[in-house]
Design a protein around this ligand. Structure first.
Ligand code: TYM
Length: 335
């Protein structure tokens, strides 16, 4: 008997320019995993509404993220790429899950607490965010969820919600998902040494280039050690980012130079700038080509939505039956 392939799923919010934390923590894994199973990746536009409410900008931000995914190596022949909002069944499953999700579980969500502490209004959608995320994962029968460390709690909550649903309705509808992390990039630091995050304004955008990129890299925070002094690479933010972008040999060389002294933080930043240009040069080129083919991007998203929706409807049908509703609503127009 052959075992069925792993189903892999993950998503990114289109709430700002994708950054090196998104790339090294998540997107790089997506590209690797599309070779290893049935991969589905989406643009979490429903989730983005919890923090950004801008009808004018949202469509472009969704498109930008689609371009980023494709330019960075996501291959529509190997992975399914779609917009979260093209699968409205995910909201239906969110509701069904919420009927057996304890408030205490949601109250423990650290990302909710962080966001509220940073001044984001504590609206119901923000509080419900993890239930929508659980629905995203469970609706596709996902086995593996490649993410950075900040999302791990949400995946554990997803496991809990699936268990509660199974217990409440005495059924076995969902697959148990597991998080997948790349240890060396589980928390990519930003230019100030905190976790790189759109909300901390400490990111380096993957597709920044030229002057804006230079400005960003040169503003990486360092201590005040002079050029001649020996420096600890592990406390040098430029090195910590360089280590991800450059080759292991290049990283070892920079570490050695910093430790020896005679190599300044400015030198490290220049090397980082060059490494970013080298690492993402081809992707920038591909992205420019893709910008000129808007129909292609639309077609990829439309095909992805069709595929994802078919999978989602199957699982939602089972969940509806499990709770005692009809498998599909009356008047359902599904083919
Ligand atoms: P988002 O948009 O905040 O981030 C997208 C992915 O990038 C990872 N990431 C990082 N990894 C390492 N270091 C960093 N500094 C860093 N910053 C971001 C995140 O861990 C994530 O993997 N809730 C999700 C979107 C989502 C989702 C899902 C993900 C919605 N539904 C279902 C997986 C499965 C989010 O806001 O990610």
């Amino acid at each position: 008997m052959t075992s069925s392939p792993q189903r892999i799923l993950s998503g990114i919010q289109p709430s700002g320019m994708a950054h090196l934390g998104n790339y090294f923590g998540a997107i790089r894994q997506y590209v690797e995993l599309q070779e290893q199973g049935e991969a589905l990746y989406f643009i979490a536009d429903f989730h983005a509404l919890t923090t950004m409410q801008d009808r004018q900008r949202l469509p472009q931000m969704v498109r930008d993220l689609a371009l980023d995914y494709l330019a960075l190596g996501l291959d529509p022949n190997k992975a399914v790429l779609f917009r979260q909002s093209d699968v409205p069944e995910v909201c239906e499953l969110t509701w069904l899950l919420s009927t057996c999700t304890g408030l205490g579980l949601l109250e423990r969500a650290t990302s909710y607490k962080d966001k509220v502490a940073r001044g984001i209004k504590p609206r119901a959608g923000l509080f419900f965010y993890p239930v929508l995320m659980a629905a995203d994962i469970l609706i596709y029968g996902t086995n593996v969820v490649p993410v950075g460390k900040d999302q791990v709690q949400h995946i554990e909550m997803t496991q809990d919600m699936a268990d509660s649903f199974h217990a409440a309705y005495d059924c076995e509808v969902f697959v148990r998902p597991e998080a997948r992390l790349v240890q060396s990039a589980a928390v990519v630091p930003g230019i100030d040494g905190q976790k790189m995050s759109k909300s901390y304004d400490n990111t380096i955008a993957i597709f920044a280039e030229g002057k804006p990129l230079k400005k960003r890299v040169m503003s990486i925070v360092t201590d005040s050690k002079g050029v001649d002094e020996a420096k600890d690479p592990e406390t040098c933010n430029a090195y910590l980012i360089y280590k991800l972008v450059a080759t292991p040999e290049q990283a070892a060389e920079m570490a050695q130079r910093l430790s020896a002294g005679g190599y300044g933080y400015g030198d490290a930043k220049k090397a980082l700038l060059q490494a970013i240009d080298e690492r993402f040069g081809d992707a920038r080129e591909r992205r420019r080509e893709l910008v000129a083919q808007p129909d292609y991007v639309d077609d990829v998203l439309a095909a992805g939505a069709k595929h994802a929706r078919r999978l989602a409807q199957e699982v939602v049908g089972k969940a509806r039956e499990a709770v005692g509703l009809r498998g599909a609503p009356v008047g359902d127009l599904r083919a």
